[in-house]
Design a binder for this molecule. Structure first.
Ligand code: NAD
Length: 420
């Protein structure tokens, strides 16, 4: 029986802890350290929505712009009951490092609405998304701050945002969001990009370690956009996906799950609940299952000091943002587990968001093969840069990735100088 972590771990405390560690490694000057510890801007809204029963309810929403030394603020919007200012600020910081690490001309931002979207009808959800966009109309901008999908948001929500912002400004502005439907300027390959990047990182890691990928055993927590795609591509690459879960529970099959059947089932039923062709398993048990590779692809703080010592995987690929607490990570590092950090592992999403934005600006659209090829190139280049630091300086993959990301932002701050 797994004991759940009783204390809510502050994602912002964890993010600042990582920044402080890398600042020491880089010997960063105190001024840059201070500037990067705090976000540039925090916007909080309360959006009223008339529910289907006639009542009016207020929904808190946030947009945190962490830093734009390298370019416009960029980052996802999530709809989830746990969204708060602390979480969004931490995730905005991660976006700054991630964009810098993979060489995109973007800064970092994140936003969200505190809501359980399962409790709203589609009409209520659309009203909320549009009202929130209206309340953020001077914050979002193709040149200033560009949202994208995240937990419980996808092309549908991006289309509502693009339409609302465009109506408010009197012209069509597809560049105000990425992750849009193809019909209004979305990029081919964007929907699968994050999961594709996760699996590309996984294959690079196994190559780096000199281990074969065929038949390697994988467990994946979360079966949404990222986890579902990662499961599918890992399965197609010949890895054996033996356990997956979503918020309702997990399933396992030691001979390998039928991932295409599970994707079909989940799409038809909205979740894996009741999937008949595999053995159910406790969601937490998935994290400590006997596998070679564990891919947390759901929420923050899945692996903490309460369960880290029972994790049996040799490799962890952080498909979700911040799935490990610092205490959980310290235990895993002592056990010799190799961790590919979120800012490298899940960067495929923002990379193809950038491609979508570039295609929109140039009004020239690429084939899916071109998108996937360029994505693969950027992921491989970022992985190699980090792996070089792992080999040459003995850093962990996280500290290697942070050194590059934070180092590039610090250099941009230095050459831009401090106004006034
Ligand atoms: P999603 O809403 O499509 O899917 C989330 C999945 O996690 C669902 O299957 C849900 O049932 C499951 N889940 C939720 N709570 C769970 C729990 N306690 N245990 C097990 N499963 C649980 O979201 P997504 O877009 O796939 O995002 C997942 C993670 O990836 C998030 O951390 C997000 O920030 C990160 N991420 C997403 C993108 C992107 O492009 N979508 C890009 C970078 C990072």
């Amino acid at each position: 029986m797994i004991v759940k972590e009783p204390v809510k771990i502050s994602p912002l405390t964890s993010a600042r802890h990582q920044l402080s560690k890398v600042a020491d490694i880089l010997g960063m000057d105190p001024g840059s350290r201070e500037r990067l510890t705090y976000p540039d801007r925090v916007v909080e809204t309360h959006s009223p929505v008339r529910l289907d029963n006639g009542q009016v309810r207020m929904f808190p929403g946030y947009r945190v712009q962490h830093n734009n030394a390298l370019g416009p603020y960029k980052g996802g919007l999530r709809f989830h009951p746990d969204v708060d200012i602390d979480e969004v600020t931490a995730l905005a910081m991660l976006m700054t490092w991630k964009c810098a690490l993979v060489g995109l001309p973007y800064g970092g931002a994140k936003g969200g609405i505190t809501v359980d979207p399962r409790e709203l009808s589609v009409r209520e959800l659309e009203a909320l998304t549009r009202r929130f966009t209206n309340d953020m109309v001077s914050v979002f901008d193709p040149k200033k701050d560009i949202p994208a999908p995240d937990l419980n948001t996808g092309p549908r929500e991006m289309a509502w945002i693009m339409d609302t912002w465009s109506v408010a400004h009197g012209y069509a502005a597809p560049g105000v969001v990425t992750g849009k439907p193809i019909a209004i300027g979305g990029s081919l390959g964007r929907a699968e990009a994050t999961g594709r990047g996760v699996v590309a990182n996984l294959l690079e890691l196994l190559k780096f370690k000199g281990q074969p990928h065929k038949g390697a055993r994988v467990a994946i927590q979360g079966f949404g956009n990222v986890g579902g795609t990662a499961a599918h591509l890992a399965h197609l690459a010949g890895l054996k996906v033996v356990a997956v879960s979503d918020m309702y529970g997990g399933y396992h099959n030691e001979d390998g799950l039928d991932i295409p059947a599970m994707l079909k089932y989940s799409q038809a039923n909205g979740s894996l609940r009741g999937f008949p062709e595999a053995d159910p398993m406790d969601n937490d048990a998935l994290l400590t299952h006997d596998v070679d590779i564990l891919i947390p692809a759901a929420m923050e703080n899945s692996i903490t000091e309460a369960n880290a010592d029972r994790v049996r995987a040799e490799f962890i690929i952080e498909a979700a943002n911040a799935p490990l607490t610092p205490d959980g990570e310290a235990i895993l590092e002592r056990k010799g587990v190799t961790i590919i950090p979120d800012i490298l592992a899940n960067a495929g999403g923002v990379i193809v968001s950038y491609f979508e934005w570039v295609q929109g600006q140039s009004e020239l659209f690429w084939t899916e093969d071109e998108v996937n090829l360029r994505l693969q190139e950027l992921v491989e280049r970022a992985f190699d840069n980090v792996a070089n630091l792992v080999t040459s300086k003995g850093l962990s993959f996280r500290m290697g990735a942070y050194s590059i990301g934070v180092g590039r932002v610090t250099e941009a701050l230095r050459v831009r100088g401090l106004y006034p």
